[in-house]
Design a protein around this ligand. Structure first.
Ligand code: CP
Ligand code: NVA
Length: 333
């Protein structure tokens, strides 16, 4: 039976059944193929979508805007200083106002509770464009990208995430991997491991889906046999810049470099990163931190790996748009 996702919010991946996620991945691939063939059908003509960003963005904003435009919908972008929400008006009140005017709302901010409250009061679908806890729209892009770069079905693939497992990307990859039945390794220092409740959640899902879950501080054992290696920035949006130096010390052994990629033992392991990435000195933050910490070749990933044949990060970035489009089309028709 084809899942019916009409009217559904996307707040975190665990709210979805594996079959529903499978359906969204298939719809994403179909919509991508249609666009590339010049055969896209406009299914969202006349729809209006509010995009609230309390943190900065390149990919997520672009993905929602282009997906909406391609499908004939209109958007309003609220920048981090551009709405009354939170400081002059409660989230519940903002939700009820926007829900009267818009067909859907995207929210990027800090607390997961905020996006859950928006969804509770808006009366229209709400999409989580990243909170500290979860990044569900990124998950569809990451899994579509992995599928595009392997002959194996997802439940036969092995992937490792290296870095801060407490934050949105580590937690989301752990739970999404569990839902899709993958061999999942979350690799980083014990202090930065995902919280126990998230590990238990993933382990519970794994008993149903056949996923393998490993949480380890051993980078070499953690990546052994990995078809895909993921990482993320070492300091996330909303964290104070003062944590950079100690975080670099904690995570240096988990940098994705050529020897770590070789340690998978898999000939064609691919590299993924949600981006933005600190792999050179061409950004103000990256340049300052690399200079201050004497990390010669990049932070979470070396320039060599980032620019290598193994790197599929720009396919992954493009897929943000196709997967967001699938979410918009399926929730708004
Ligand atoms: N990956 C991602 O969410 O990128 P942006 O912060 O640019 O939206
Ligand atoms: N963990 C990162 C992800 C960026 C897409 C952050 O929250 O800044």
């Amino acid at each position: 039976m084809v899942p019916n996702l009409s009217g559904r919010s996307v707040l975190k991946v665990v709210d979805y059944e594996p079959a529903e996620l499978r359906f969204l991945l298939d719809r994403s691939a179909a919509l991508k193929a249609d666009k590339k063939a010049g055969q896209e059908e406009r299914l969202l003509t006349g729809k209006n979508i509010a995009l609230i960003f309390e943190k900065t963005s390149t990919r997520t904003r672009a993905a929602f805007e282009v997906a909406a435009f391609d499908q004939g919908a209109h958007i309003t972008y609220f920048d981090p200083a551009g709405s009354q929400m939170g400081h002059k008006e409660s989230i519940a009140d903002t939700a009820r106002v926007l829900g009267r005017m818009y067909d859907a709302i995207q929210y990027r901010g800090s607390a997961q509770d905020n996006v859950e409250t928006l969804a509770e009061f808006a009366g229209v679908p709400v999409y989580n464009g990243l909170t500290n806890e979860w990044h569900p729209t990124q998950m569809l892009a990451d899994f579509l990208t992995m599928e595009e770069h392997t002959e194996k079905p997802l439940h036969e693939t092995t992937f490792a995430f290296l870095g801060d497992g407490r934050y949105n990307m580590g937690r989301s990859l752990l739970v999404m991997g569990a839902l899709m039945g993958c061999d999942v390794r979350i690799v980083g220092p014990t202090d930065l491991a995902p919280p126990e409740d998230v590990i238990s959640l993933a382990e519970g899902i794994a008993t149903e889906t056949g996923a393998q879950i490993t949480i380890t501080d051993d980078p070499i054992a953690g990546v052994a046999g990995a078809d895909f290696v993921h990482t993320d920035v070492w300091v996330s949006m909303g964290e104070p810049k003062e944590v950079w130096v100690s975080r670099v010390e904690q995570l240096t052994d988990y940098q994705v470099n050529a020897s770590l990629m070789a340690a998978t033992g898999v000939e064609d392991t691919k590299f993924l990163h949600c981006l933005p990435a600190f792999h050179n000195t061409l950004t103000t933050i990256g340049g300052d931190i690399i200079a201050e910490t004497n990390m010669p070749d990049g932070l979470e990933v070396t320039h060599e790996v980032f620019e290598s044949e193994a790197s599929i990060v720009f396919d992954q970035a493009e897929n943000r748009m196709h997967t967001v489009k699938a979410i918009l089309v399926e929730s708004l028709t």
